[in-house]
Design a protein. Structure first.
Length: 257
């Protein structure tokens, strides 16, 4: 899968980084070890596009993810088309709360139970917009962002005019944090990209032969979580980004200007 695609619109949100300008300035720094100072910053976006009754059911990560989705599609007159939601862990905190309630022999919240599945955030977006189109929810470990773009490339190749990719992530609960140490120090964040097919310019993504076991990997050396490393490449000017792990390797390439 190496067809080219263009990013026609994008949006991102995190506490301390509420605008495109703020994200671009932060990514321009030589090294990002943590998000900007979040003191006095809103912990969640307003999400005024969504009906209040639905908004009240949502936790912080869902609000952040859907705010970027609405913003990335704001310039699209039709506002319709396939949407791919991606996250390595999703709203894992909901599942942990449910399990802890079971251990304590307490009743379970029906709302939390229904919203704990991996496609719940996408379902809320579809319901709020009255959109009966093609929605997907994917998770691919440390390559969850790549998994989303593989799905998007397939949809474009199948004839979709545009595809919206929404990536969101939050730090794991403390007792699980050892499974994703790079997320330490980073609050919940999300970004969305509206994609279209391209014949000449844009980006491409393709699997690569596995790197030698002894070779250093870009994932180990990056100070950013995987989702932010990908977004920085998408918004930057680097010609390529290779991301390696023992079981898989992916190459992002920028074509043309």
């Amino acid at each position: 899968m190496s067809a080219k695609f263009c990013v026609d619109a994008w949006a991102a949100w995190a506490p301390g980084l509420p605008s495109q300008e703020a994200w671009l300035n932060w990514f321009a720094q030589p090294s990002q070890q943590a998000f900007p100072d979040q003191e006095g910053q809103a912990s969640t976006p307003a999400l005024s596009e969504m009906p209040a009754m639905m908004r009240r059911r949502m936790e912080a990560l869902a609000r952040i993810a859907l705010q970027t989705a609405y913003q990335a599609q704001a310039s699209d007159a039709s506002g319709k088309g396939p949407v791919v939601f991606a996250s390595r862990w999703g709203e894992l905190s909901r599942s942990v709360d449910l399990l802890e309630a079971l251990v304590a022999e307490q009743g379970l919240s029906p709302t939390s139970f229904s919203l704990s599945v991996h496609n719940a955030i996408g379902a809320l977006y579809s319901i709020a917009r009255g959109d009966h189109g093609n929605y997907l929810a994917v998770s691919g470990g440390e390559f969850s962002a790549e998994a989303a773009f593989v799905e998007a490339q397939a949809l474009l190749a199948d004839g979709a005019e545009k595809v919206l990719v929404v990536f969101f992530e939050a730090p794991l609960p403390e007792f699980l944090a050892l499974h994703e140490p790079q997320s330490a120090g980073f609050p919940p964040y999300a970004w969305a990209c509206q994609l279209s097919a391209s014949q000449a310019h844009g980006l491409s993504l393709a699997p690569q032969p596995l790197a030698p076991v002894s070779a250093p990997t870009s994932m180990a050396s990056s100070p950013l979580p995987a989702g932010l490393e990908v977004l920085r490449f998408i918004l930057g000017r680097d010609a390529q980004l290779r991301r390696d792990a023992p079981h898989a390797s992916w190459l992002w390439t920028r074509h043309g200007s």
